[in-house]
Write a protein that binds this ligand. Structure first.
Ligand SMILES: [Ca+2]
Length: 114
């Protein structure tokens, strides 16, 4: 916490999260954030998220609707079929315009690692 750089980064993330909270429908591209989408091909409701662990119930997206994801290069996304990071998983290391028949409209929690 002693360096200016760290403090600055926290401020940027705080402002950024406020923007995301405000705009659920038109999520913004950012170099260090992921975007999850309600429909395939990056369509429908969207939510921009920083790295972290998310349960669908906590982020204002309906359960079992996620269909596509945009992530920066080298990120790892793990989708879980059920809440609380349980059930079958599927891992992505790049953006996916369709998460596949096995996970379409079935994700209930997920982890974003940068
Ligand atoms: Ca969907």
């Amino acid at each position: 916490m002693s360096s200016w750089v760290q403090t600055s980064q926290f401020l940027v993330e705080d402002v950024y999260l406020r923007i995301c909270e405000f705009d659920h429908f038109h999520a913004i591209d950012a170099p260090n954030a992921a975007i999850i989408y309600q429909h395939a091909n990056y369509q429908g409701k969207a939510k921009t998220l920083l790295p972290g662990k998310y349960d669908i119930n906590d982020i204002g997206i309906e359960n079992d609707t996620l269909s596509s994801i945009k992530v920066p290069n080298d990120w790892e996304v793990t989708l879980y079929l059920h809440h609380n990071f349980t059930g079958d998983t599927k891992v992505f290391t790049s953006s996916s315009s369709y998460v596949g028949n096995d996970f379409n409209d079935q994700t209930s929690s997920f982890v974003l690692e940068d």
